[in-house]
Design a protein around this ligand. Structure first.
Ligand code: FES
Ligand code: FES
Length: 442
């Protein structure tokens, strides 16, 4: 297991989550989609004392029109934003931006709230919210706050969110957007890899106003440049007001935490690890009981909270079809299906799958669901070493389920999150096309 030990909490109400955040202070982390936090944990860039998993807090994943705003809950996933009719109608810029976020498996898990709270300069959502004059809703011990995006995003990984607050929703005003045009250039490669090589632009134009936002890793903050009538583009506000407050996920904080020897919050029992590294602490009561189905079979286990889903499947059940590659969400070798969605097994904790339906390539092979696809891979010689093949099979099967007759370009885009080290891409695309054609004939 790669992350340092941490306590795991799964609150079922916002009040409970806020109380836990207050209890742990800067040593607690909120876990939403986890698509940026998990890589940091796997690489031990973040070593929190506790994770507060808010995924089962009810009422945070809605998308609804309230008055003159589209209100999107913090737990709305990128995939939901991409396919929501309300988002397409009232905030088309967001719908247009979503396909540029990571890959489908990342979008199936990543959340709006997580992206907003992290404020990654390479992320699409913060730029969209700036362009749309959105308002971020946050909850904390002192009640709810509404913070305009222009004041919320203060710099690279720096926001106005207080340490003890949680983002609960975002409100996007939609009334003035009739006839608006949106554009976005240069899609990002992943949700977690900032790049200063090719600056992207989000442009948003209505009949009465225009706005261009430049998410930039080279800048101290995203530049939001409103256009005044009959005047050329000018620099945006020169600096945020007040001292910048670094969020818990910022790299500076990760680094500081990595060298911290701070004692755990009172009420928890810890023992010092024998490791010479100060931050490698171990919880005494370290395992959590979970029950789930794996390839159709109900199972119960006790797991350490820090164990990833892919490691859990490999070590507990010898389901070694899901491979461990990069462990930060890029290569797709660890792909598994959780409750019907293909996800990264390295970016999800086993403990999060309590009550879920987990399927691996072995389960899919056993049911015969993708037998024709497997045969097409053999016929087209679409595998060499086979390291990538289980993840690609699961993803391709997902593509064919969503879109029965995908074009080669659509197949390439859908599989772009699955790396083949042997580079057999032409044959892989041919195998997927062969399967689509055969299924159409059948
Ligand atoms: Fe999970 Fe590479 S994406 S191991
Ligand atoms: Fe070797 Fe894809 S066949 S990594």
């Amino acid at each position: 297991m790669k992350p340092a030990p941490f306590a795991y909490h799964r609150p079922t109400s916002l009040d409970e989550a806020l109380a836990l955040l207050a209890r742990y202070g800067p040593d607690g982390r909120v876990l939403a989609g986890g698509q940026s936090l998990m890589p940091a944990l796997n690489m031990r860039l973040a070593t929190p004392a506790a994770l507060i998993d808010i995924n089962r807090v009810p009422g945070l994943d809605g998308i609804a029109v309230e008055g003159d705003a589209l209100v999107i809950g913090a737990l709305a996933r990128h995939d939901a934003l991409e396919h929501s009719a309300l988002v397409a109608r009232h905030a088309p810029l967001i719908a247009q931006a979503m396909p540029h976020v990571g890959h489908r498996a990342i979008r199936a898990r990543g959340t709006l709230g997580g992206s907003v709270a992290l404020a990654d300069p390479a992320a699409e959502l913060p730029a969209c919210l700036l362009a749309l004059d959105a308002v971020v809703h946050a909850a904390g011990p002192e009640g709810a706050r509404e913070i305009p995006a222009a004041r919320f995003f203060r710099g690279i990984y720096i926001t106005a969110l207080r340490e003890e607050e949680i983002v609960t929703a975002v409100a996007v005003p939609w009334r003035a957007q009739a006839g608006a045009r949106a554009s976005m250039s240069s899609p990002g490669a992943t949700a977690t890899a900032p790049s200063s090589a090719s600056p992207r632009t989000v442009a948003w134009t209505t009949a009465s106003s225009a706005r261009r936002v430049l998410p930039s890793a080279a800048s101290a903050r995203c530049l939001c440049v409103p256009r005044a009538p009959r005047r050329p583009w000018s620099a945006g506000p020169s600096s945020p007001t007040g001292p910048p407050k670094r969020r818990a996920h910022s790299r500076a904080i990760w680094t500081r935490r990595a060298t911290s020897t701070r004692a755990p919050p009172s009420g928890d029992t810890w023992r010092a690890c024998s490791s010479p590294v100060a931050w490698a602490r171990c919880s005494v009561d370290a395992t959590v009981a979970i029950s789930l189905t794996v390839n159709g079979a109900p199972v119960r286990r006790r797991v350490e909270p820090r164990q990833s889903l892919v490691d859990f499947l490999r070590y507990e059940f010898e389901l070694t079809g899901s491979h461990v590659g990069c462990e930060h969400g890029v290569c797709g070798a660890c792909s598994v299906r959780v409750d019907g969605a293909v996800l990264r097994g390295c970016l999800m904790l086993a403990v999060q799958c309590d009550g879920s339906r987990v399927e691996t390539v072995e389960g899919v092979a056993a049911t015969g669901e993708a037998r024709d696809l497997q045969q097409a891979f053999a016929v087209e010689n679409a595998l060499q070493c086979g390291f990538c093949t289980p993840g690609i099979l699961l993803t391709a099967q997902d593509v064919l389920a969503r879109r029965p007759d995908p074009s080669p370009e659509e197949i390439r885009e859908a599989l772009s999150g699955n790396y083949c080290r042997c580079t057999g891409y032409h044959a892989i695309v041919a195998a997927v096309r062969r399967t689509a054609e055969a299924r159409a004939r059948a």
